[in-house]
Design a protein around this ligand. Structure first.
Ligand SMILES: Nc1ncnc2c1ncn2[C@@H]1O[C@H](COP(=O)(O)OP(=O)(O)OP(=O)(O)O)[C@@H](O)[C@H]1O
Ligand SMILES: [Mg+2]
Length: 367
């Protein structure tokens, strides 16, 4: 019996995207259907290359063809991705960036920069176009963590206006104040200078097309945070915390800042860093040095997604100091898996957010 393209579409109409809660045909994810005798080829375009449900969706497609068409049909699926965005094309700051994610915390030293850097390189390794802005003007750490200290971003002049070209490393584009001022020079800037430096990162810099721009924020809830949020239309924030009460108390302050009605930045979820320590020779033993599940509890208290936990591992600190991000270079599977899971969960929350986005007046106001 011969089947038509329409039969395939009807069959695939039974496959749901579990996150977006609609079928793949309605979501316009199916294309390039080609039928041969007993074989079908089609393309599934997901909302992110870092989709945690990729394999499940592929299996569901094969099962649907076998169930609704023929159990003998050979199924050849090409998995592709087109990252979604709700930053509509009217935004005049960074219009070619699909999603902007602020990595924030209330307390200092909880691992924001470590998470931001590893999140960025993990997303890039999974196939996304990624940029990283180091918004920590007074204490930039991304040049060290990515091994690019001393590299000077190129400046290009177009129609008598100067533009900064971000530095490329590990498949991501990076800009940090640490790359623009000499290291020996202490950064004693006044508030307005900081604000204008940050503005330049987004207005006078050629970023090109990006799926995700990760912003490594300084600790706390001050000027820099406000400038960033008020200058660009931010997709969402993720909060990094360690499990102990003093860190959680500050994380709540950061969370509440993003939720202020005047800012109204959605919080995409919480990451628990330094969740536990495991000695390499005794991987079964976990020591909850800073307490247990603090970040997880906070996520459920605020009804926010928990994006994952990162253990305390010496290789993470070493990778940071040596400019070799642990998720790429440590050779430690537990570390790599932990950062990859955080990246996939973040990408997933962004996709869900974009699918359910409704434009509210306040959300376009600062574009
Ligand atoms: N999971 C981890 N295991 C081991 N070391 C870690 C881990 N996370 C972060 N570190 C180390 O802890 C130190 C502080 O981390 P990081 O600089 O990322 O924190 P931060 O929140 O960005 O700090 P700041 O508030 O100063 O910007 C760094 O030396 C980093 O390498
Ligand atoms: Mg930092």
């Amino acid at each position: 019996m011969a089947f038509t393209e329409n039969d395939i579409i009807v069959a695939l109409g039974h496959v749901q995207d579990p996150d977006l809660k609609k079928d793949l045909v309605t979501l316009k994810m199916i294309s390039e259907i080609r039928l041969e005798e007993n074989k079908v080829h089609f393309k599934v375009t997901l909302t992110t290359p870092a989709c945690p449900l990729k394999e499940m969706i592929r299996k569901d497609c094969i099962a649907a063809i076998h169930e609704h068409i023929s159990p003998d049909m050979e199924v050849d699926i090409e998995m592709d991705a087109n990252v979604t965005s709700h930053r509509n094309s009217n935004v005049n700051v960074l219009p070619s960036v699909k999603n902007i994610i602020c990595v924030a915390s209330g307390k200092g030293g909880v691992g924001k920069s470590t998470v931001a850097v590893n999140l960025a390189v993990s997303l890039a390794r999974q196939g996304a176009k990624v940029g990283l802005i180091d918004a920590d003007i007074y204490g930039p750490s991304t040049p060290t963590m990515l091994g690019i200290r001393g590299r000077k971003p190129e400046v290009r002049t177009i129609k008598e206006k100067h533009y900064i070209i971000p530095v490329e490393v590990e498949g991501i584009k990076v800009l940090s104040i640490g790359l623009l001022v000499s290291e020996a020079q202490p950064i004693v800037w006044r508030g307005p200078m900081v604000t204008s430096a940050l503005r330049q990162f987004v207005t006078d810099c050629i970023w090109g097309k990006l799926d995700y721009m990760i912003v490594d924020m300084p600790p706390g809830t001050g000027d820099v945070q406000l400038t960033m949020i008020q200058t660009v239309h931010v997709t969402g924030a993720i909060i990094v915390t360690t499990p102990q009460d003093v860190a959680l108390a500050d994380a709540r302050k950061a969370l509440n800042m993003f939720r202020l009605e005047s800012l109204n930045v959605p919080v995409l979820g919480i990451i628990e860093n330094m969740a536990y320590f495991t000695p390499e020779e005794l991987p079964e033993n976990k020591y909850y040095i800073f307490g247990r599940d603090g970040g997880k509890r906070m996520a459920s208290e605020y009804e926010l997604p928990f994006l994952g936990e990162i253990p305390i591992v010496q290789a993470i600190r070493e990778g940071g100091d040596e400019g070799k991000p642990a998720s790429l270079y440590s050779g430690n599977e537990m570390v790599k898996n932990a950062f990859d899971a955080v990246a996939r969960n973040t990408a997933r929350e962004i996709a869900i957010r974009n699918a359910n986005f409704e434009v509210k007046p306040t959300e376009t106001a600062h574009s």
